[in-house]
Design a protein around this ligand. Structure first.
Ligand code: SF4
Ligand code: SF4
Length: 298
């Protein structure tokens, strides 16, 4: 069994063609701008949307931990008592409560994603495993990838690639396309903004290129972190050495995680950040073009 937050069907941005994307829960990095903050921790979490609460009281009756109580200003949550069991969310019909993180078997995931097999075949798509971090649940990832390949489904992973290469090698034969995040080339800045050094990431990209597997490198453009020409040019120069890089993609800042931070009660350091404008994107694209020809803006 693995822990999954969502399965997104008909995705057009997680690899070629029409895809289903399976989001694993749990990540070894702590990127300060993460737009899927519900995938950071391995365990399930309860999301609260108090503005949707009608005060019906249904959650009070079912909470086995006493974590929901009626207060002076409406229903209150005692977070320290909550085990994220999801009983309250199951009876809350107003959408004021939801749980992220469900244990799923390979069979359950296959039942869902194989419904769209015809779309994958017609569009050149398949299934992408994302997160969170795929490699943080390596045994489950291996089991799922093997099962997908046995069904003839094309596979891709979206990964921060910050794990020992021998672990990556165990999955390699079952992955058709690697989509790797490279957030910063500067090691000190990488540590500061993600919590981890990027040395392993850079070494792994070099090792992957030697295997002949195709890969895509993506950089999320984060205002004040890496949205400058010098950093993007350094990344592009590093990438210019590789034979099996399909293309380099810069992804504009995605502010859509803001409501998730609020619902989880955690601080969002990039709450006021906004996507980059056209001129800034053109400038960064130009910096990458000095070293690379295959560039995309996403
Ligand atoms: S998730 Fe479970 S423990 Fe937490 S408030 Fe809801 S019912 Fe109670
Ligand atoms: S079940 Fe939902 S709507 Fe009803 S009191 Fe609880 S949170 Fe509010």
């Amino acid at each position: 069994m693995g822990v999954v937050t969502t399965i997104q069907r008909f995705s057009l941005s997680d690899g070629p063609g029409i895809r289903s994307t399976v989001f694993f829960k749990g990540c070894n990095m702590r990127c300060a701008w993460c737009h899927n903050p519900e995938t950071l921790l391995a365990q399930s979490q309860l999301h609260l949307y108090p503005e949707k609460c009608t005060g019906c009281g249904a959650c009070l009756a079912v909470c086995p931990s006493g974590a929901r109580r009626a207060g002076e200003n409406g229903i209150e949550q005692i977070s320290a008592l909550c085990t994220a069991c999801g009983a309250c969310a199951a009876v809350c019909f107003s959408g004021a409560l939801s749980v992220s993180g469900t244990e799923m078997s390979v069979e359950e995931i296959l039942n869902e994603v194989l419904q769209d097999r015809a779309y994958y075949e017609r569009s050149g798509g398949g299934v992408t495993i994302s997160g969170g971090e795929v490699l943080a649940q390596p045994e489950f990832a291996l089991e799922l990838l093997k099962a997908l390949k046995a069904e003839g489904v094309s596979t891709a992973i979206e990964t921060n690639f910050c794990f020992p290469f021998p672990l990556i090698e165990t999955l390699l034969p079952h992955i058709d396309l690697f989509m790797i995040d490279l957030k910063l080339l500067d090691e000190t800045a990488h540590k500061r903004w993600t919590g981890l050094s990027n040395r392993l990431v850079l070494q792994n990209i070099e090792a992957l290129d030697q295997t002949g597997k195709p890969f895509i490198i993506r950089t999320p453009l984060i205002p004040g972190v890496n949205d400058n020409s010098a950093e993007i040019a350094r990344i592009a120069e590093f990438l210019s050495a590789f034979k099996h890089l399909e293309y380099y993609e810069m992804l504009n800042f995605n502010p859509l995680g803001a409501s998730k931070y609020k619902s989880l009660g955690i601080e969002n350091p990039f709450e006021s950040a906004r996507p980059l404008g056209g001129e800034a994107l053109r400038e960064l694209s130009g910096a990458a073009e000095i070293h690379l020809t295959k560039i995309r803006l996403g």
